[in-house]
Design a protein around this ligand. Sequence first.
Ligand code: MTE
Ligand code: MO
Length: 437
Amino acid sequence: MTKDKKESGQGIYEIYQSQPESADEQVFGRKSYSDRRGFLKGAGLATMAAVLGGAIPFHRNMPAGMIPAAFAEGLDDVVIEGKDGLTVLNDRPVNAETPPHLLNDDITPTTRHFIRNNGIPPTDVSPEAWTLTIDGLVDQPMTLTIDDLKNNFDVVEQQLVVECGGNGRAFFEPKAKGNQWTYGAVACSNWTGVRLADVLKAAGVQEGAVYTAHYGADKHLSGKEGKLAISRGLPIAKAMGTENLIAFAQNGEPLHPMNGAPLRLVVPGWPGSCSQKWLTRIQVRDQVHDGPKMTGKAYRVPNHPVAPGEKVAKEDFVIIERMPVKSLITSPQTNSQIDGNEVAIKGHAWSGDRNVDKVQISSDFGATWMDAELSAPANEGAWQTFTAKVTFPQPGYYEVWAKVTDDQGVSQPFAIAWNPKGYLNNTFHRVALVVKG
Ligand SMILES: Nc1nc2c(c(=O)[nH]1)N[C@H]1C(S)=C(S)[C@@H](COP(=O)(O)O)O[C@H]1N2
Ligand SMILES: [Mo]
């Protein structure tokens, strides 16, 4: 692969989808379709083998430009160990989302927790050897093992929502670049760990502290030593919230390798990117952090409404903080056929740093709404589950919509203003049903 493409972080599948000609050159190392000499080698061969799940003994026989049949159906055949039913959007880096109907559980099983990687996860993740360093503007810089964390701090369990800032990006027009997440870059697992605030307090956050900076052990896609895939942070006030965890267990087991094993941050209610995986260091800074994906347009939105497609000046982008009010209908699955004239609806609702007050359901394209039953959150930062029974007047095609209102009176919109990077799409989840009667 050329350096540029390698650094852009696209996988083979994505490259073939978006730019088949240059994909051919990158993967097969040849300049044009008429040049038949190229064959899979080096990075192309290694990547292809990794994606296919095995070396390719006869790779020298493969005609240049041939797309392996395994890719015919997209990335459905890519198997990620310990994950089940996820839709893989990219293989390099690995990005995979969960279809809404597989998020029906109140606590998301680890097998169904989405994966959003910016780089290459570390391979040496032995929990015994892992350390976390707290430094910067603190009285007492510390380096702690996972046992130190367990032994010196309150260990707590919390159900916490992690949602990628780009969830829903696929529905923006014009298209925004990046992973085309639909609905499933969100999950609410049960996390065990210590409170970030307790650890920061033990280190003694000094006056003048403004922001945290988070570092993980994953590598940049270029493989360059010292180059970081992502390093984001939090304003000190949010970092001191009791809802944030430094987690070493997910649903009672060690973290999944793709979800940050053996140690990660879980910062509910804010973009998932704040929840650094493979966590090795938290630095306290006297200024807003400026690590990779903190600056420029990353995880930022315009500070004023913009027309679809409009160019926005760099200085007009502001850092995304809390995530907006949103919901997901997890049962029934969209495009289900319903026997009879009634269906039970279930789903989840959440709003960053806030509670949800009300969930309303419509089955007549928003003309009328009925209140759903809404449960209280298991704890701060958890999503809330809603249920409703919908009756249909006659057989036919229906859409069930859910609309959530949070405790500040803010509701999910039907449509949302476009933004250049396709963040924060919290429009209604619409589920299509054919009622048979
Ligand atoms: N070290 C590291 N932490 C990271 C990332 C990453 O690429 N590297 N991705 C972030 C982003 S953008 C999101 S949305 C969440 C996703 O967490 P998950 O993959 O466990 O679902 O992890 C965040 N933490
Ligand atoms: Mo993300």
